[in-house]
Design a protein around this ligand. Structure first.
Ligand code: COA
Length: 578
């Protein structure tokens, strides 16, 4: 990239116009050109209509956040222009569907470099299909910003080949039509060029949902069951392609309750099993979550969070399922909750989730979110040889002599050997009812207290199983931020900017969010004057969990409009708080 080291291109239009496809193709083309990419997309809950947006941030450097806005905006229609008009400030480049039938005229935009391209007209009148409008736009953008046309043609061919040769052919024509229009009719007025640097062949472009699927297979997952739900379905879509290759089983169940039921059955029978859902699905699973805890069955439950409550904002971003993940279910139901920071982390933390589930024979909830689940990043191909997997403590049939198998035997670390159905002498009944050491029902006060304690004590030190929480910034700071999940990137960028201005700031990024990592937070607290917790929910859920577990009076900073933080927002808040 010659003229800009950090460039964001945003494409906006109507759901159904192929905004997402355009963004995906642009992302792949940029990666082939050797650039780092990080994307963000948002669209309405309806299948057609409403404002849809796809944004690609590109850089020669590693990118950690979606950033503050865009440098180039491509508007497919007037509504998209109106939504983004305020951000079309001096120096931005504006490409829009203008200068022809179906287009619009935005009026005067001082300081903005504008290019009107009759996308709708070319698609409808010259190519005979409005569907190809997005490829006209891509062809035009490619020529304007020097994106390799050859790789664009290859990607478009690959993308549409399942729809038939005619579809491929008209879209290739559309790319050329957009390019030709720019060549003949427009004069380049900006300095942006995405010239190729050396393409790296060890880079893969995947999104957070696919990365969780990949992490699961690396962890040895051989059973997956789910019920489709936005924005988690792509975990299943990805696994449906690859699960057969590891001879595993994937079942689309009739609902989320059945999904977790399937998972618990499979895990009881020895499989490494996972389900993936979003908030409403996790709510439905809360009864069986208690059973996983009670019967001590290892399982991984992925929650790709979306805006709630109820059906809420299915396609929008929120971090508001933390209370549900930490406390949902009746009775004292213990569980471990982890949260993913970025796409790479979705791979390694999924492996970690399986390892913890196996080690502690407990449900592990892995939190991701809409923006991370649908975010594509170019990441280094994972080194499979470095993946470490753990297996549950298995019952050894030769160890018992004449004693009956004690599935819930009280041991020093509260973890008991688990048998697999069919093991000689290993039969036991796994139910949701309180039980004694053999698994047989037992309701005495002493026993319930002992078994309740067992289920919590075994995970009490889970914080020590994970690498120390990442800490950035000044060793002694005026303010320390504690961020969880995908806010990490925006917080990192904000902290770097604040420190560049001479402010003393630090941040801590725990991956374990429940049980609250008390040791890491207390250690961090000793190095900062006050703590702020930025999170995308109304209540300040992690802030409350931290206060309850540590007594530290943290300051809440919350937004909940359906979008992630921008680094700018957090940077301004840091300045305000200091
Ligand atoms: N030529 C041929 N086909 C094209 C094309 C072109 N030039 N451009 C796009 N398409 C196809 C895509 O391949 C895709 O087809 P597919 O459905 O067979 O995969 C389809 O047109 C939609 O295009 P796409 O680019 O993927 O999306 P979009 O930007 O038009 O936005 C969505 C549409 C994705 C936002 C919308 O359909 C959707 O799914 N909304 C969310 C619904 C939801 O999750 N609701 C919540 C329920 S609780």
């Amino acid at each position: 990239m010659s003229t800009k080291d950090d460039l964001t291109i945003r494409i906006g239009g109507e759901g159904g116009e192929g905004i997402i496809s355009s963004g995906d193709i642009l992302t792949q083309a940029a990666t082939r050109a050797g650039l780092n990419v990080l994307t963000f997309k948002t669209f309405p809950a309806e299948i057609k209509g409403g404002y849809a947006m796809y944004q690609v941030r590109l850089s020669n450097e590693k990118i950690i956040s979606t950033g503050d806005g865009f440098n180039v905006f491509v508007a497919f229609n007037e509504e998209a222009y109106k939504v983004n008009k305020k951000k079309l400030t001096e120096g931005t480049v504006f490409v829009y569907d203008g200068n022809g039938t179906g287009g619009f005229e935005p009026g005067d935009l001082p300081g903005v470099v504008s290019y009107a391209i009759p996308m709708s007209k070319i698609a409808k009148e010259d190519l005979g299909t409005y569907r190809s409008k997005n490829m006209v736009a891509l062809g035009a953008i490619a020529h304007l910003f020097s994106i390799s046309f050859k790789s664009l043609e290859e990607i478009v061919t690959n993308k549409f080949k399942r729809k038939g040769d005619d579809v491929v052919s008209v879209n290739i024509k559309a790319l050329h039509a957009g390019k030709d229009y720019v060549e003949k009719e427009l004069k380049k007025k900006d300095a942006i060029e995405l010239s190729s640097v050396e393409a790296k062949d060890d880079i893969i472009v995947i999104d957070g949902n696919e990365a969780i699927g990949l992490g699961a297979l690396l962890a040895g997952c051989n059973f997956f069951s789910c019920y489709p739900i936005t924005p988690a379905t792509d975990v299943a879509n990805w696994l449906s392609k690859f699960m057969p290759k590891v001879k595993g089983t994937l079942i689309q169940a009739e609902d989320e309750i059945a999904s977790l039921g399937n998972v618990l059955g499979a895990a009881y029978a020895g499989a490494k099993a996972m389900t993936a859902t979003s908030g409403p699905g996790l709510s439905l699973m809360s009864e069986l979550l208690g059973m996983a805890c009670m019967a001590e069955i290892p399982c991984v439950i992925v929650d790709v969070q979306r805006g709630g409550p109820s059906t809420g904002l299915p396609t929008k971003h929120e971090q508001s399922d933390l209370f549900l993940a930490a406390h949902g279910s009746h009775g004292d139901a213990s569980r471990i909750v982890l949260s993913c920071d970025n796409v790479e982390d979705c791979i390694s933390l999924t492996v970690e989730a399986f390892n913890l589930a196996e080690k502690y024979q407990a449900p592990v909830i892995l939190l991701s979110d809409g923006s991370l689940g649908m975010r594509k990043e170019g990441i280094k191909r994972p080194d499979i040889s470095k993946v470490k997997t753990l297996e549950r403590l298995k019952y050894d049939p030769s160890s018992n002599g004449d004693e009956p198998f004690m599935r819930y035997k009280i041991t020093d670390n509260w973890i008991s050997p688990m048998s697999i159905p069919g093991m000689e002498g290993g039969a036991y009944v796994a139910t949701g009812i309180e039980h004694g050491e053999t698994g047989a029902p037992k309701y005495t006060p002493d026993n319930h207290e002992l078994m309740g304690k067992k289920r919590f004590e075994k995970i009490k030190n889970v914080e020590d199983d994970l690498p120390e929480s990442k800490r950035i910034g000044d060793e002694q700071a005026d303010i320390g931020l504690i961020a969880w999940g995908s806010t990490q990137g925006d917080v990192t960028e904000a902290v770097n900017r604040a420190r560049a201005e001479g402010l003393k700031v630090a941040a801590l990024f725990p991956k374990l969010v429940y049980p609250v990592p008390v040791k890491a937070i207390e250690k961090f607290n000793k190095t900062v004057k006050k703590i702020m917790v930025p999170e995308i929910n109304y209540q300040g859920q992690f802030a409350d969990l931290i206060k309850a577990a540590t007594g530290i009076p943290v300051i809440k900073y919350n937004i909940y409009g359906g979008f992630p933080f921008t680094p700018n927002e957090i940077h301004n808040k840091i300045k305000e708080m200091i």
